[in-house]
Design a protein. Structure first.
Length: 399
């Protein structure tokens, strides 16, 4: 009787021990598991931290962190400004779907652009419907077209509508109205908008560039670019990007020369600097005394370059930044430079080691801007560069 009781007791004890171990393991899993982060939405988005040079670097490179920061920045801008801002919203739409394998892009941002196309003027309350041509038309069309390319590979009907409308505000000389400010590289003159329109048409899926409306519009783009000389390396870079998707924009020699100049501008640490892209002191239409004044400043060419504005000269640091590094790598890949090119690999290494704690890549404001909002575009281009170089786990082969 005692022997039988002892065996039964051992069975009970064994069962208790197993149950306890399982419970302990489950509890431990609950303690050590990473918390599931909720998607960022218009309803719960919190303002991103101020964009400052002093922000510490991330403890480790993280595409997940980059994706959440892009969502946070775009949704906050949409919530507080209701504007398609070319430094924040447009780059978000271009880059964010390349991280969809990590987490889906915020659908509310895409919806915002679609509502503008659909004529819902309340989407941008500070603009009248008459203001939605020119720069806004190009920005919305390019945002949707490139988003389609990377998100689904299919041209959505609303995107086709936006692209077709873009051409209706094109002038006879092939250009569009564009806001002028001393804010390189996006708001200097009409050149940026024209190349962005070409990129939108060329990158749009389903051979949109072969449609009658696009063919006529792209002929106008060619006329404009033939008579409007690029006066900065940034403008030449945009033309190189566009020429990867639209024929007869650049000759083979011009493409090779631009790519060579971009590679020669690489900084010793492996990155690229916005200063090299926006310096316009080679523009022969500028007053010579202003150019000479800019070049005579102590440190020019060593620690900074210059942008000669309409009213004054501005200096731009030669330190590597996210915008220039991301854009150069991305465009070089579009131009056919292989991802394993040693120069591009040094640039990728720079991106991986210079992400900030918030998830972004810092870029200083140029000219009179002081909020460093170009950092938002720089973060998007950094993501595009990483994706184009095979560093992002996204489906599809589009580069």
């Amino acid at each position: 009787m005692i022997k039988k009781w002892t065996v039964e007791a051992w069975h009970v004890l064994a069962l208790f021990a197993v149950t306890s171990l399982c419970s302990s393991a489950f509890a431990q899993d609950k303690i050590t598991a990473s918390p599931v982060q909720q998607p960022i939405t218009l309803a719960n988005v919190e303002p991103p931290p101020d964009i400052e040079l002093e922000e510490p670097k991330a403890k480790a490179f993280s595409l997940e962190l980059a994706a959440r920061h892009l969502d946070r920045t775009a949704l906050d801008w949409q919530k507080t400004h209701a504007c398609t801002a070319c430094h924040t919203m447009l780059p978000y739409m271009m880059a964010r779907p390349t991280l969809n394998a990590i987490s889906p892009q915020a659908p509310e941002v895409r919806q915002f652009f679609e509502e503008i196309v659909a004529g819902k003027c309340e989407a941008m309350p500070n603009y009248s419907c008459d203001d939605l041509g020119g720069a806004v038309a190009i920005g919305v069309a390019s945002a949707l077209a490139i988003n389609d390319r990377y998100a689904t590979g299919k041209l959505q009907p609303i995107t086709r509508q936006a692209l077709d409308r873009m051409w209706t505000s094109q002038r006879a000389d092939g250009g569009w109205g564009w806001p002028y400010r001393d804010t390189p590289p996006l708001k200097v003159d009409e050149h940026y908008g024209v190349t962005m329109a070409a990129i939108a048409a060329g990158m749009a899926p389903d051979d949109y560039a072969k449609t009658p409306a696009a063919k006529t519009g792209l002929d106008g783009v060619r006329r404009f670019l033939q008579t409007t000389k690029a006066v900065s390396l940034h403008q030449r870079t945009m033309m190189l990007w566009a020429s990867a998707y639209v024929d007869d924009l650049l000759s083979p020699d011009a493409k090779a020369a631009t790519l060579a100049d971009l590679m020669n501008a690489q900084r010793p640490d492996g990155g690229w600097s916005m200063a090299n892209l926006v310096d316009n002191t080679s523009d022969t239409t500028l007053a010579n005394d202003r150019v000479q004044q800019a070049k005579s400043e102590k440190g020019y060419g060593d620690t900074f370059l210059a942008f000669v504005g309409r009213d004054k000269n501005y200096t731009s640091t030669l330190a590597s930044d996210g915008y220039a590094t991301g854009l150069v790598i991305f465009v070089a890949r579009q131009a056919g430079l292989p991802a394993n090119d040693a120069r591009l690999q040094r640039g990728i290494a720079w991106l991986k080691s210079n992400q900030r704690a918030s998830g972004r890549w810092f870029t200083p404001s140029q000219a009179w801007h002081t909020q460093n909002l170009i950092t938002n575009a720089g973060t998007a281009y950094a993501v595009l560069a990483l994706h184009a170089s095979g560093e992002a786990p996204t489906p599809g082969a589009a580069k």
